[in-house]
Design a protein around this ligand. Structure first.
Ligand SMILES: Cc1cc2nc3c(=O)[nH]c(=O)nc-3n(C[C@H](O)[C@H](O)[C@H](O)COP(=O)(O)O)c2cc1C
Length: 210
């Protein structure tokens, strides 16, 4: 990871039950952001990573609205966030909204994988961000109707998650209520609880971790 020393912050790697790559284990969703802006070139790298995601029929149905702090776009998107999110997002230098075109460009037919594909594009963006020392925190906590109007989003686009992008900072800069969450351990269900084999709900068996 490439944080400068003054931003060296507490990291929350996954307590993985099986070995996984650093790009996956190091990613997490902080709420404390440094005021440092994100170079446009790095932003381009993030969306380049998103661009190379797989998608159904290679439709690439994703779109992103991006806004840097201090711009009208940032304020418009910020205003749609629920107060809980506004409390910490106010520190973040970049705000993004993920969108998915619900119909195929060629024939207009519904594309039921559009949001799925957007999610994969964001997954690639997350991995790239981790590699570049950037943090991303996604949010469902915003008013989609208000965002649609404020950002002039056409009806054939579904709104995915909003997200912050920036450099993580120390948890101490957060208000009291959020600081404890920032420091809390990360929790996940075990793989046996969601990987099935033989019948739905029947846990797949795996060898013990080595
Ligand atoms: C679609 C989506 C919506 C989310 N919405 C919010 C949100 O509105 N506010 C928030 O603080 N975190 C939000 N999160 C962050 C999750 O709470 C977080 O990813 C989860 O607790 C796992 O933590 P980790 O990302 O640090 O591993 C959201 C994450 C996703 C993927």
């Amino acid at each position: 990871m490439t944080h400068p020393a003054e931003e060296q912050t507490f990291e929350k790697p996954a307590t993985a039950a099986y070995p996984i790559s650093e790009l996956i284990s190091q990613r997490w969703s902080p709420r404390a952001y440094s005021e440092r802006s994100v170079d446009r070139y790095l932003l381009a790298q993030l969306f380049e990573a998103a661009r190379w995601a797989p998608s159904s029929s290679n439709e690439q149905p994703w779109a992103f609205f991006i806004a840097e702090k201090g711009t009208e776009g940032w304020q418009k998107l910020f205003d749609t966030l629920v107060p809980f999110n506004q409390d910490w997002v106010k520190l973040a230098p970049v705000l993004v909204l993920g969108l998915a075109r619900k119909n195929f460009a060629g024939n207009g037919a519904p594309n039921r994988h559009a949001l799925y594909d957007l999610g994969q594009a964001v997954g690639g963006l997350l991995a790239e961000a981790t590699a570049l020392g950037l943090s991303v925190h996604q949010m469902a906590g915003f008013d989609p109707d208000r965002a649609r109007v404020a950002l002039h989003i056409p009806d054939n686009y579904e709104l995915g998650a909003a997200m912050t992008i920036g450099y993580p900072a120390k948890a101490e800069i957060l208000p009291d209520g959020l600081r404890a969450r920032e420091l809390a351990p990360r929790q996940r269900h075990p793989i046996e609880s969601f990987v099935y084999e033989g019948d739905f709900g029947k846990p797949a068996q795996f060898p013990p971790s080595r």
